[in-house]
Design a binder for this molecule. Structure first.
Ligand SMILES: [Zn+2]
Ligand SMILES: [Zn+2]
Ligand SMILES: [Zn+2]
Ligand SMILES: [Zn+2]
Ligand SMILES: [Zn+2]
Length: 320
């Protein structure tokens, strides 16, 4: 890979005086963890962002290249030597679009925006979201038309990202991101924990609200409602595979609760409860063992009979 800046010759932002609205340049970046693709056209080379799976991605320094058509741009099938049309979908092996403003996430070939496959390496072109911008994911709380925007979490060390709704201010976090935030909040625990940490959900009378199950923005399956850490008072919407949804102020409240030592206390309580349960189980076992050690009822009855017989014999003997 050449070490020159990755600006393709026709990058509309660099060429002078466009007479008509210049098409947006799309540099696609693929997550090697989950293979989701992102349009990182708004980010600089080397800039980092989070995939929705939590993996940290960087915009690669790769030089755009003009590649020969060796794959079908419509179905990805390989081109037979000299073939004019694809054997599978009959699409012609000439690129339909004169403007090619999309960079293949795998081989950096310049592609037309409507190409479904890279005509060089055969990679399917399917960007999920704009990195650092509006995503294709719908807000779980608002209407499906309301899209979540991605934003980097301020002060996060590893460039953590989140999706938020511009309308209801709800926040979507992937599981690894929420774990990282919890870890950070834990390290920030105040040495003198507040005597009575306010419960995050206290201000909102959740019980009075109608319980609604919301769809996961990624897979659209209804999320489960789960009480966070049991005693936090926060009930979150959770998709086991993708992440968690926080209503407007819930994330801040949850992190504040962790900072105030809430999570540590909840864990201590859990450990205590486990210890207590183990103690009780041990006592119960001991009691069972003691019961087993005692002779069964009929054995005692025979013993009594034996004693009685002895007494009778003794009495008879004395009479003689
Ligand atoms: Zn990923
Ligand atoms: Zn084809
Ligand atoms: Zn390619
Ligand atoms: Zn919303
Ligand atoms: Zn999901």
């Amino acid at each position: 890979m050449a070490d020159s800046p990755a600006t393709p010759p026709s990058d509309p932002r660099r060429t002078g005086a466009p007479s008509h609205p210049a098409p947006r340049f799309r540099r696609l970046v693929r997550c090697e963890n989950c293979f989701k693709q992102f349009d990182a056209g708004d980010l600089a080379v080397g800039e980092r962002f989070r995939c929705l799976c939590g993996a940290l991605l960087a915009v690669p320094r790769s030089e755009a290249q003009e590649a020969p058509v060796v794959r079908c741009a419509s179905c990805g099938a390989p081109r037979a030597a000299g073939a004019v049309n694809c054997t599978f979908c009959e699409a012609p092996f000439v690129l339909g679009e004169s403007e090619r403003n999309t960079l293949c996430p795998v081989c950096a070939s310049r592609l037309g925006d409507r190409q479904r496959f890279c005509h060089n390496c055969g990679t399917r072109i399917a960007p999920e979201a704009v990195a650092g911008g509006r995503s294709e994911y719908s807000c779980p709380s608002c209407t499906p038309e309301r899209r979540l925007s991605s934003r980097r979490i301020p002060d996060a060390t590893a460039g953590l990202g989140m999706l938020e709704c511009g309308s209801c201010s709800g926040i979507w976090l992937g599981h690894p991101t929420f774990e990282a935030l919890q870890e950070r909040a834990r390290r920030e625990v105040a040495p003198e924990p507040l005597a009575r940490a306010g419960r995050p959900g206290a201000k909102r009378p959740k019980a009075l609200q109608k319980v609604t199950y919301r769809p996961c923005p990624v897979c659209r399956k209804l999320m489960v409602r789960r009480a966070f850490a049991g005693s936090s008072g926060v009930v979150l919407d959770v998709c086991g595979s993708h992440g968690l949804w926080f209503d407007a102020t819930e994330l801040e409240a949850t992190l504040a609760w962790i900072r105030a030592g809430g999570l540590s206390r909840a864990e201590e309580r859990l450990a205590e409860e486990r210890k207590e349960a183990a103690r009780r189980a041990a006592i119960a076992k001991q009691e069972i063992r003691e019961v087993e050690a005692e002779p069964p009822a009929e054995a005692r009855w025979f013993e009594l009979l034996g004693d009685l017989a002895e007494m009778v014999f003794e009495a008879v003997g004395r009479k003689r």
